[in-house]
Design a protein around this ligand. Structure first.
Ligand SMILES: [Zn+2]
Length: 269
């Protein structure tokens, strides 16, 4: 969490604390929740670019209580596995870019918030479909080579029908298509509002983020600048075009259509 209480009264911003002043705050920072009020610790900016934060053992029911990265990873993988194991079709569910990160433990449905399953009528049959968010999908693609070639039907958020194998392309094997698709891989470089999966002459997929979505994207990823995302995994859904230099790119106007994972979190399990 970014904001907490200093000496029980003033607000303090985790981003404004300097490492050299850490000792000045020891024992003085508490949770702003009127009931919880537990003591909090400060964690500096991490090596993978995550912003400084306050953390501690919040009381059950405290609105600031969040899941750990490991708990989120586990829940998200369970969500995708539940769809794979119980449904005939997977659907993309767009959700706010920080999907799940700030859910408190006692929010109904927050635990094991597996994909919403529902019946819908295909042409002449009933299909049991389960939905997944983009970040859980990215986690599954990273962790399971078998899943990347799965023929399971996949419906994208705009209704495009494809399969996991065809519809989710890794950046290294990107094949141009006019259809909406999902592209995922690692971010090699960034420049201003661009993230690139390769160097310029490699002509690998890139994402151009519209200025007014960048702040949402950074906040959801928990980093301070686009450059902090170098080395992270990304997954984007959209229709790709070509830059004047001949590289594939998508122009991103909707922060909900991209997801990020730091390399460390992705390989945690
Ligand atoms: Zn608390």
């Amino acid at each position: 969490m970014r904001w907490a209480r200093l000496d029980g009264s003033a607000d303090i911003d985790a981003w404004e604390i300097h490492e050299s002043d850490r000792h000045l705050y020891r024992g003085r920072i508490t949770c702003p929740d009127a009931v919880c009020r537990v003591g909090l610790h400060w964690r500096k900016r991490s090596k993978d670019g995550k912003v400084p934060t306050f953390y501690g053992n919040h009381l059950d029911g405290c609105g600031y209580k969040t899941e750990s990265d490991e708990q989120i990873a586990e829940r998200e993988l369970e969500e995708v596995d539940a769809v794979i194991n119980t449904c005939e079709e997977m659907q993309i569910r767009l959700e706010p870019p920080n999907g799940g990160r700030t859910k408190t433990k006692d929010t109904p449905g927050a635990i094991g918030g597996t994909g919403i399953t529902h019946q819908h009528r295909g042409n002449d049959r009933n299909v049991r479909a389960g939905s997944t968010g983009l970040r859980p999908l990215l986690r599954k693609l990273i962790s399971s080579p078998e899943f990347r070639v799965d023929r399971m039907p996949l419906t994208l958020s705009d209704g495009t029908r494809t399969t996991i194998a065809e519809g989710c392309q890794h950046v290294d094997g990107y094949q141009p298509t006019d259809a909406t698709c999902i592209v995922w891989g690692k971010i090699k470089t960034t420049k201003a509002d661009w993230i690139n999966s390769g160097y310029r002459d490699e002509k690998l997929p890139a994402v151009r983020m519209w200025k007014d979505v960048i702040s949402n994207i950074l906040e959801a990823a928990g980093v301070q600048s686009v450059g902090d995302l170098v080395g992270w995994y990304f997954l984007v859904e959209g229709q790709f075009g070509e830059t004047s230099a001949g590289g594939p790119y998508v122009s991103l106007r909707d922060a909900n259509r991209i997801a990020f994972l730091p390399d460390s979190a992705a390989s945690a399990r």
